[in-house]
Design a protein around this ligand. Structure first.
Ligand code: AHM
Ligand code: MG
Length: 330
């Protein structure tokens, strides 16, 4: 693999990549690569279940709602269970927190060890599954602080403190995008050998591209500045692309450029997307790829979370496109 991201005949797996990165840090224990291997195992298992969801009659509502009052899809719960089972066995994890669960799961307390906390949205965009849409698992890894008693307060760290973040996109192929704070790398699952293979190293988002991605049907309830931006974009020959599944929309933007917006609306006055499970991991990836992410006028990564399931407005993408939105908001 060369720096431009073009393929060579070399095969480099996600596992080897993480081990190679860890070897650059003298004294690294290998705990971190165990966590990534658990997430990668979960990703393969979820990809398999997503592919067979209709055959297994696993689509549709479970009939329950999560803590945010949203209906849970059967596949949300299946993906959540797979992640819990894969990550729950890793000795270096103190706390797991899932968008689907009201409370964080404490695996280890105080001096029982556990250097890390892992937070995830098990199956983002699951409402598009019925129509064979692309969905994804979003994850982030934080350092655990043994001195903080409450698990909720432990994981309420600003996004700047994330030590790794990524997503697994279950589309026509299964893509694994990860950053550990030194660039963004893309792996694709080779289903024949069962490994995520490095296909692009050091991804860079195009600086500008006249494409916005927003649920425009809600635009009448957006704050004035967002409406002004959309008028300006219409007058400037922008295109629109919106899948309604964050991983798929962000993946397109990471590769092709453009801007994603989820502003405050009447039904979601703070925005819809969750700071800890959705906004922060995507913001870290976008910033590491040379893009930007803002929540209001604050960089998303600098927002101090107040509670586990907090929501924030989100504008992220190519830096010039995010700045164009901001010019209308201030
Ligand atoms: P979910 O976590 O319940 O799947 O909700 C998050 C999803 C995102 O993937 C997507 O960006 C957004 O909700 C779409 O919302 P809307 O249907 O309001 O446009
Ligand atoms: Mg989600």
């Amino acid at each position: 693999m060369d720096q431009s991201g073009s393929s060579t005949s070399n095969l480099f797996s996600l596992q080897s990549h993480i081990l190679a990165e860890e070897s650059l840090h003298p004294g690294a224990s290998g705990d971190f690569s165990w966590i990534i291997s658990a997430i990668s195992l979960a990703g393969k298992a979820i990809a398999h279940r997503v592919r067979r969801a209709r055959l297994e009659n696993a689509l549709g509502d479970e009939g329950s709602t999560n803590v945010q009052g949203e209906s849970q899809q059967r596949m949300d719960l299946i993906a959540n269970d797979i992640l819990m089972r894969c990550l729950g066995t890793r000795a270096s994890i103190a706390v797991l927190a899932s968008e689907e669960d009201e409370e964080p799961t404490i695996l280890r307390r105080g001096n029982e060890g556990g250097k890390y906390c892992v937070l995830f949205d098990p199956l983002d965009g699951s409402s598009t599954l019925d129509t064979n849409g692309a969905v994804g698992t979003i994850f982030t890894i934080l350092r655990n602080d043994h001195l903080i008693e409450s698990a909720e307060r432990t994981v309420c760290q600003p996004g700047r403190k994330q030590i790794a973040a990524g997503y697994i996109l279950y589309g026509p192929s299964t893509a694994f995008v990860i950053t550990t704070g030194s660039g963004v790398d893309l792996f694709e699952l080779d289903p024949f050998i069962g490994s995520f293979i490095l296909v692009k190293r050091g991804m860079r988002i195009p600086q500008a591209k006249r494409i916005y991605s927003v649920n425009e049907a809600y635009s009448a309830s957006f704050p004035q500045g967002y409406q002004e931006y959309l008028k300006w974009a219409h007058a400037n020959q922008y295109s629109s692309r919106y899948i309604g599944s964050l991983c798929a929309d962000v993946h397109r933007i990471l590769i092709n450029g453009g801007v994603f917006l989820y502003p405050p609306t009447t039904s979601h006055p703070d925005g819809k997307l969750r700071l800890l499970y959705e906004a922060n991991p995507m913001a870290m990836i976008l910033e590491q790829a040379g893009g930007m992410s803002l929540s209001g006028s604050t960089p998303t990564l600098d927002v101090q979370p107040k509670k586990l399931h907090e929501r924030v407005p989100l504008v992220l993408g190519s830096s010039d496109e995010v700045k164009a939105v901001m010019r209308h908001l201030t």
